[in-house]
Design a protein around this ligand. Sequence first.
Ligand SMILES: C[S@@+](CC[C@H](N)C(=O)[O-])C[C@H]1O[C@@H](n2cnc3c(N)ncnc32)[C@H](O)[C@@H]1O
Length: 438
Amino acid sequence: MPFSTYMDWVLHDPVHGAYGSGLLRIGPRGDFATSPSLGPDFAALLLRQIAAWLSELAAAGDGPLALVETGPGEAELALQLAQGLAQSWPHLAARTELVLVEPNPGMAARQRERLGQAGLKARWSSFEQLAAAPLRGVVLAHEVLDALAVDRICSDGSGWRQQLVAVQAAAAVSSGQSDTQHERQPALGLVAGAPLAPQALTSLAALGLEQPGPQRPAGWCTELHPGLSPWLSSCGSALIEGHLLVIDYGLEAWRYYAPARSGGTLMAYRQQQACSDPLREPGQWDITAHLCLESLLEAAAAAGWQSLGHCRQGQALLALGLAERLHGLQQVNPPASEQSVGHDLATLLARREAMLRLVDPHALGDFRWLAFRRGGKGEAKAASGGKTELIRRPAGAGPAEYQSAESQPAKFQRAELEPAELELEKFELPLFLRQPDG
Ligand SMILES: C[S@@+](CC[C@H](N)C(=O)[O-])C[C@H]1O[C@@H](n2cnc3c(N)ncnc32)[C@H](O)[C@@H]1O
């Protein structure tokens, strides 16, 4: 079967899938942590951006607004955002409904429990249902698109082939009772399938991947993202006017498809361990693939989204006031908006550590934030959007690109910044961030 079918099943099958069944737990004591698991500061800073966008919509017209979180996981982020909005922007909260889009029944059940316990009102829906009465609001996709099923392609030395998942042979597996007792279990393997069709080759060329050539010898493989276009279209049909913010692992095409990244970006996570074998214990592990920035921008433009800009998480959070918040930890009398947060020394030190990890370019600071809008004043521009250009490779970028992606042990250790690029980016603030009114 195509890799995308396999990935879809092992993540989303309602009985056997890691998310579908609700097996995976997110948080420091779960299978893996995400930015909101580290404490209240990520949500508080992100909320400034969301509130700025909701304020714009509120000023542009009457009627209800929505904050839609897609892929809410344990609903920790949704909870923190909704509570923060009610506390700091009550006039917006009064007009804003919380909508959760979660296709996996096992996860949705836990989200209902979590928000119910906190006495928070929310409704669960799908983009297809929302399209019947599209909303004005903000859609947040935090660490969701990396769970969309990807396809794999591999080089056979002279051309590209689809990579398939196949049952190869029955392997002997210990039953666990004694060394001599074995069950025969089918073993899965990745095998080369048919050569790619000419149409697929055109899309590859647009990503800088013409023929494999000597730099990508037989066995070199990577991922493509067929799920992005349908996802962005159905998300777009749910929103008549507003913004989409995607926050995820992402790489420019020149990094993603660099010759040295010979095994793509797939990683599996479970019980705070990372593994580069996506075929291990199917349905027990989270499997993720980085986003290719150009593929996402191209699919978004085709689905009618106007790109507002993209940046690294470190830049976005600093622009939203992380440094001031860090400084505020030292104040004897914290600002009113922070008085509900613990102020003992251990809590303050943990928050300081978490904030530094959120912006560290060698940790969570390397996540990518991509902002889009549709409807209202942006509509005309969005419709006339042209072809997405490849993002240029900065002069001087080099050695880090030649490290194997598989040598990265933990979910947070993904940074590949070059000193030359850090210099360059110091002066480029994110385009889409506005001064919040709170
Ligand atoms: C890594 S978790 C992220 C959770 C949360 N956003 C956070 O940051 O803690 C991925 C979540 O996306 C959900 N998900 C997977 N595929 C999805 C899809 N196509 N649409 C919406 N949610 C999806 C999963 O069930 C899970 O709740």
